[in-house]
Each structure stands twice: as C-alpha cells, then as structure tokens.
Design a protein around this ligand. Structure first.
Ligand code: AMP
Ligand code: MG
Length: 270
C-alpha cells in the first residue's frame, strides 16, 4: 500500500462509519502554515492529473459532497478546485427538487449531470438527499426510501463499470462548529445570504441526520464508490485531506496524454 493510500485509508468507510466517534477537529499534527503549503503541493499534482484526464478523454471523476449546513461544501469546492482548468470541471448543486424533478424518479435529475469522459463533476448534495433529508423529514415513507440504498449502489456500480471513478465525501463538522458558523452568517452582512431560518430546523434534527448518514454511508460505501468521512472543523486541514483523496482517485485512473499522430517529427510549420 502506498503512503498516500495509507493516509487516506483511515477516512474511508468500511462498515460502521462511526461518525460520532471521530475527531471533527483533527489537524494531524500540522500547524496551519504547514498544512497550507502541503495543500499547495497537492493542488499542483491535481492540476497535472486533470490536464491528462481532460486530454485523454477516457474516464471521468465524480465527487459527491454531502454534509450538514455550514459544514463547508462550498468552501471545499472553492479551495480544492482552484487552479484546475474550469473547462473540465462541472459543479452541480442539488437543492429542493422542482415540480418537474418531483414528477420523476429521484435519480432522473442526477444521471443527467454525471460526468462525461475527460471531466470532473462535483455534486454539492446529491441523490443521497433522498435517503437523508427525505428520511429525516418524512418526505417519503420508509418503504419508499429503504429501497433506495439498493438502487443507489446499483446506479453507482453501473457508472463505475462504464468508466466513472467515484469518490464520496462526508464533511464531518461538529454541532458546536456549526453553531459558530451559523452565528457568523447571522452577524456578517456578506454572509447573511447563506443563512435560512429553515437551517435551524435541520440543526434541531441533528441526531436524526447523523443516524441517517450512518445508515447511508454504511450501506453504500463500496470498493468502486467509497465514502470518506473527513474532519471538517478546521478548513485548512480538511483541504489537505480532500486533495489527497482526490489525488489518490485520479492516480487510480492513471490518465495519460494521448499518443501523438504518427509522423509529427517531420511536420514543419511554414
Ligand atoms: P443548500 O445546499 O444550503 O443550498 O440547501 C439545499 C436544500 O435542498 C437543503 O436543505 C437540502 O436538504 C434540500 N434538498 C436537496 N435535495 C433534496 C431532496 N431530494 N428532497 C428534499 N430536499 C432536498
Ligand atoms: Mg444551506
């Protein structure tokens, strides 16, 4: 096992994700400065890997981000995707389904946004909402959402079999840290827009959400579509961990620049 795989392995879910037992503020012994320079190094690697992924157009990467409000989904995307070629990255937020989306099965709106060869797609929330918020808030009865774990496993396996590398990340933030971030959103005019009163309703159901996350992660973490639980209270440590997870999965794709056309050595540009 490589050093990289050893590092990311402790975050990978294999069985019970033990969400509540994990340290949400782990910094792995790094000071902030140190973590920031490690992150810069990781980004340089990601940039090179993405160039090859895009050029080779053989496989794709799907990154699923799930978390409670204010856990840092948006800031993760901002940080970890910075420096990548924007032409090759697509970010899709999934909010409350529209009437048209509600009229279809829950994977209908999802499948349309899975990445094509050469691309990275990042899902800010995803089909997992249909076994998380839908379960916790009883938007569908148990006999409906219970079957979805199987659907999701099969759907993701199909994507993987067809060439999509899948990485699923749960940003594990503490309830205390969420409180501080909510308070900041309330106090700072430039952050007010991120706060909705309804967010407090989800916070009040914290334990139910953690139960739903536990079941979802446990039943849908597979070899070809693994879940990772990443400590998210310290954004600068989180960034290094996530960049390393992405590097591992891009290296698994092992993209290469396409072979040049034959005879290029003799071509002269007049
Ligand atoms: P945000 O990510 O903060 O913009 O919020 C999006 C909201 O959409 C969250 O409150 C989610 O719980 C909600 N949401 C996303 N997907 C679904 C779904 N399938 N059914 C119901 N609510 C959803
Ligand atoms: Mg929100």
């Amino acid at each position: 096992m490589s050093k990289l795989e050893k590092f990311i392995e402790e975050f990978r879910v294999d069985g019970d994700p033990r969400i509540g037992d994990r340290d949400t503020a782990d910094t792995f012994g790094w000071e902030r400065d140190e973590a920031e320079s490690l992150f810069a190094e990781e980004l340089r690697e990601l940039v090179e890997l993405q160039k090859k992924l895009f050029a080779s157009k053989k496989r794709s990467l799907l990154v699923v981000l799930q978390a409670m409000d204010a856990a840092g989904k948006d800031s993760t995307i901002r940080a970890v995707m910075s420096g990548l070629n924007p032409a090759g990255v697509m970010v899709h937020p999934f909010g409350v389904p529209t009437d048209e989306e509600m009229g279809h099965d829950y994977l209908w709106r999802i499948h349309h946004h899975t990445p094509e060869d050469g691309y990275i797609a990042v899902f800010n929330r995803s089909h997992y909402e249909d076994v998380l918020v839908v379960r916790v808030k009883e938007f569908a009865p148990e006999k409906v959402w219970k079957k979805r774990y199987d659907h999701i496993r099969n759907f993701e396996q199909m994507l993987a079999d067809e060439g999509t590398e899948i990485v699923k990340i749960f940003l594990n933030v503490s309830k205390e840290e969420q409180k501080e971030r909510f308070e900041e959103r309330l106090q700072r005019p430039d952050k007010n827009w991120k706060f909705r009163k309804g967010d407090l309703g989800d916070r009040a159901l914290w334990d139910d959400f953690m139960d739903a996350y536990t079941d979802a992660l446990e039943t849908t973490s597979t070899d070809d579509a693994p879940w990772y639980v990443v400590p998210a209270d310290k954004k600068w440590a989180r960034n290094v961990v996530i960049a390393r997870i992405l590097r591992f999965h891009l290296e698994r794709i092992d993209p290469e620049y396409p072979a040049p056309e034959a005879g290029l050595e003799d071509v002269v540009v007049e």
